[in-house]
Ligand binder design. Structure first.
Ligand code: GTP
Ligand code: MG
Length: 438
């Protein structure tokens, strides 16, 4: 059945009845209030603006307290988000307030808005992860999603910097932006009026969506519509108290006079406090959840492959989507596995081939070495054989010499009388001897 039909039928079936007496469900809003009060609230503010623009002073002025601060240097290597959480109590209402400072933003040329966008997304992601858990504890979950971004504009009186436009454009779909002109006491009244118009025109021309105070609730529609026309608020911050008449007021004192923070003819501080804290704090929280978080969640789930309807506008159940995605994932996994297996086989083949090549090379080298060794061995054998022959010849000659020497000695030691006679013989021997020796 089509949705409009269903709606019509349910309207037809619903009948207005009169009650005979007091039942008590009119206490439901009170129950809701009492439950919310006991639970406490959280509110998270992101302050974006250049170093020393007056962020901390304005926070102290807004909440009428002194938060822990730490001055930032002008030489930060990159933009860094510094969250600080405080527990505040007013009457019996507890507020867990987180102030996040974008430290180092706008100081040097290469400062970009990415760390700010990433921080906002991370808080959405954390919330989504908590929502997707089987065992969720959203009741006592510390919600760190940014409810409002106070964008501090430098009071140049000239125009917005391109960094301001780019940053606000990147942030406008993720967070409620309230632009404010900081240190508004440094700009004259006529210049301020022109500056405000210029800023709004530039934001409009560049399609930057800033937060609009809601006008759908009758109770606040009028005041919100008036306040929308005052944007961007030109604010002055100070925690110093100065005596005006017989009253102590928060103000900035100059040699030529006093700028009162809460005097509406001096600046828009009161307007900002009214709109941010006293009238629209709950709307800012709601817009964060219903608009910005919802957009993030939708994109994330679509990225994961979830859809509400298939082709021909047929509704798809979460289970079906999960099964389809699971099948796709398993197919993909199988394909990857097959690719990896093939890659492995190819690698093994390549290595095997390389090893075979290496083995062949080694074998060839071995054969060459073997041949060289055999040749060397043959040469050594030849040499040895020659030496052996030479040795034999030498020994033979040596033996002959020794025999001759022995014979010569024998002859000498026989008759001395025969010396003369034998002289001839001896000379004959010696001639033989010399012949043999030679
Ligand atoms: P970092 O955190 O270091 O980036 O600085 P910040 O933006 O928090 O500025 P902070 O509040 O520390 O103020 C810096 C200086 O500006 C201080 O001397 C403040 O007194 C001065 N200041 C703050 N608000 C105003 C203002 O509305 N008007 C004027 N004229 N000076 C202000
Ligand atoms: Mg500061």
């Amino acid at each position: 059945m089509a949705a409009p039909d269903l709606e019509r039928r349910s309207k037809e079936e619903m009948r207005l009845l009169d009650l005979g007496g007091h039942v008590g469900f009119d206490s439901l809003p009170d129950q809701l209030v009492s439950k919310s009060v006991s639970q406490g609230f959280s509110f998270n503010i992101l302050c974006v603006g250049e170093t020393g623009i007056g962020k901390s002073t304005l926070m102290n002025t807004l909440f009428n307290t002194i938060f822990e601060t730490e001055e930032s240097g002008h030489y930060e290597a990159c933009v860094r988000l510094r969250p600080r959480t405080y527990d505040l109590q007013e009457s019996n209402v507890h507020l867990k307030l987180t102030i996040v400072d974008a430290v180092g933003f706008g100081d040097q040329i290469n400062k970009d808005e990415r760390p700010i966008v990433d921080y906002i997304d991370t808080q959405f992601e954390n919330y989504l992860q908590e929502e997707l858990k089987i065992q969720r504890s959203l009741f006592d979950y510390h919600d760190t999603r940014i409810h409002v971004c106070l964008y501090f504009i430098t009071p140049t009186g000239h125009s917005l910097k391109s960094l301001d436009l780019v940053t606000m454009k990147k942030l406008d779909s993720k967070v409620n932006i309230i632009p404010i002109i900081a240190k508004a006491d440094t700009i004259s009244k006529s210049e301020l009026h022109k500056f405000k118009n210029k800023i709004m025109n530039e934001l409009d021309k560049n399609g930057v969506q800033i937060y609009q105070f809601p006008t759908d609730d009758e109770a606040v529609a009028e005041i919100n519509a008036v306040m929308n026309a005052h944007l961007p608020f030109a604010v002055v911050g100070s925690t110093d108290e100065v005596k005006v008449g017989n009253k102590l007021v928060r103000a900035r004192q100059y040699p030529w006079g006093i700028v009162q923070v809460e005097n509406e003819s001096h600046c828009d501080f009161v307007k900002l406090r009214e709109m941010l804290i006293r009238v629209n704090m709950e709307d800012l929280r709601e817009q964060t959840h219903n608009r910005h978080y919802e957009l993030y969640r939708r994109h994330k789930l679509e990225e994961m492959g979830f859809q509400d309807t298939a082709a021909e506008s047929k509704p798809i159940s979460l289970q079906e989507t999960y099964e389809t995605r699971r099948k796709e994932f398993l197919c993909e996994l199988q394909k990857k596995e097959e690719e990896m297996r093939q890659m492995f086989v190819n690698k093994v083949k390549e290595t095997e081939l390389e090893l075979k090549e290496k083995e062949k090379e080694l074998h060839e080298r071995f054969e060459t070495l073997k041949r060289t060794h055999q040749e060397e061995k043959r040469k050594v054998e030849e040499k040895r054989r020659q030496l052996e022959e030479e040795k034999i010849a030498f020994n033979r000659r040596k033996a002959a010499v020794e025999t001759m020497q022995a014979q010569a000695l024998q002859v000498t030691s026989q008759q001395p009388l025969r010396r003369d006679k034998d002289k001839k013989k001896t000379s004959g021997w010696s001639s033989i001897y010399s012949v043999t020796i030679s």
